[in-house]
Design a protein around this ligand. Structure first.
Ligand SMILES: Cc1ncc(COP(=O)(O)O)c(C=O)c1O
Length: 421
């Protein structure tokens, strides 16, 4: 008989089955020598100039007496390496004028871990007997949130308003007429830029959500994994905001270092202390490597320079290529693509597609082309809605060849499906 905890975490959770499916498709293609169009994962690109930069940072660590020994030989504080947190606080103070110190920053082993902490801190059963949910004002939202609740039904999400444009693009916006912040809500959360859609909530939307969270005395969690000031995979004007009521989550992953597992949370001290306590209980301390590799670049501002000069233009070029392929190959179908404002995904919408996005995913997989079926991206929105099964997420982080052959196969399969084949 399994424990309730084991039952929650061992079955086929959405993200687990998806990650293993992606992994086995990759392994299969490698074994058979077939080439795989991997448009499915959340891995950032290998950008050689960025990799050279961090290789040199690694070399500098090795060349500094005692530094390597310090990094591998010591546990960090439960809140994470103090030098890196101080450097981050100074950077944010300089860039944005935020009045923060290292005590406002807690590191975690990847920002995914931070979401596990935060959603269970503010959602789930409360000591007064109530049960609170995390409000996701706009679904589709990041698939990684779906299963992090220790308790089920942790999320409450709302459908977006959809604005279509003449050039075949469209954009989601928060439907403030529908949105309700009731007593049942423990925190509000948005990813900005949004994974999977590439949407960037407007400054007006963010200001309004922030005001709502203040009005209800609940935190506003902003997932800035792709945003400014680093890695800056964002093309619209979007200044990050922070105050004592905002919990800003960042990461070194999309800078090109998902392997070092470094998440960064900027919050008021009461919250960073709680997160530190959770780090201590779950893993004693966050790892030191990401903090060490990014320390110097954070101190001297190079982290902004590589984001602005190397990372942002790299993904902007990829987006241009992918959008031109979309127009060339799918322009004569009802297909639409969400405005590509940030992150490194395109979110294709196939209105009235006669097959479910899962079936499309299977047909594409049979042709060695891996995407993510859209219906996975609706935590907190269980009700049926045709749109949920009409979209797919396409990563643009792969090589140009992968994009070209992958989008060509998507176009062939989508046209076949529209012709009821
Ligand atoms: C929107 C968003 N938030 C958070 C994460 C988690 O990233 P990590 O745990 O690598 O910091 C991801 C990863 O894909 C993401 O896309």
């Amino acid at each position: 008989m399994p424990s309730v905890f084991s039952q929650k975490f061992t079955p086929e959770s959405g993200i687990l089955s998806l990650m293993s499916d992606l992994g086995s498709a990759l392994a299969q293609a490698r074994q058979g020598g077939d080439s795989l169009n991997m448009l499915g994962g959340g891995n950032p690109s290998y950008i050689s100039a960025v990799q050279d930069f961090f290789r040199q940072a690694m070399q500098a660590i090795l060349d500094t007496p005692g530094e390597f020994e310090h990094i591998v030989g010591n546990y960090a504080n439960p809140e994470g390496d103090v030098r890196f947190r101080a450097a981050l606080a100074a950077l944010f103070a300089k860039e944005f004028g935020w009045q923060i110190t290292e005590r406002n920053i807690c590191l975690t082993n990847g920002s995914q871990t931070a979401f596990f902490y935060l959603f269970n801190l503010f959602g789930g059963p409360y000591t007064d007997g109530s049960f609170k949910k995390i409000l996701l004002p706009l679904a589709p939202e990041y698939i990684g949130y779906v299963d992090v609740g220790i308790h089920n039904t942790l999320f409450k999400a709302y459908r977006p308003e959809i604005t279509c444009y003449a050039d075949g693009t469209y954009k989601y916006s928060v439907d403030f007429n529908a949105l309700q912040v009731t007593d049942e809500i423990g925190a509000i959360c948005v990813s900005r830029p949004t994974n999977p859609t590439g949407n960037v909530l407007t400054q007006a939307e963010v200001t309004r959500l922030h005001a709502l969270s203040q009005q209800h005395g609940i935190p506003f969690i902003i997932d800035n994994a792709y945003g400014t000031p680093f890695p800056n995979i964002i093309s619209s004007e979007a200044q990050p905001i922070w105050d004592e009521n905002i919990i800003l989550c960042m990461s070194l992953s999309k800078l090109g270092m998902p392997g070092v597992r470094t998440g960064i949370v900027v919050a008021n001290e009461a919250i960073t202390e709680k997160l530190g306590a959770m780090n201590a209980i779950y893993s004693l301390a966050p790892g030191n490597f990401g903090a060490a590799l990014a320390l110097q670049a954070t101190r001297n501002g190079d982290i902004l320079r590589i984001s602005n000069e190397l990372i942002a233009p790299y993904y902007a070029n990829k987006t241009t290529l992918a959008l031109s392929l979309f127009r060339e190959l799918l322009g004569d179908t009802p297909a639409r693509v969400h405005k590509a404002e940030g992150a490194f995904f395109l979110w294709f919408w196939f209105p009235d597609l006669p097959i479910h996005s899962q079936e499309l995913y299977q047909r594409l997989k049979a042709r060695n082309t891996i995407v993510v079926a859209g219906h996975h991206f609706y935590p907190g929105l269980p009700e049926p809605w045709q749109h949920k099964q009409e979209c797919i997420r396409v990563s643009i982080a792969g090589s140009d060849d992968t994009l070209i052959s992958g989008i060509r196969i998507i176009a062939e399969e989508v046209k076949r499906a529209y012709q009821h084949q």
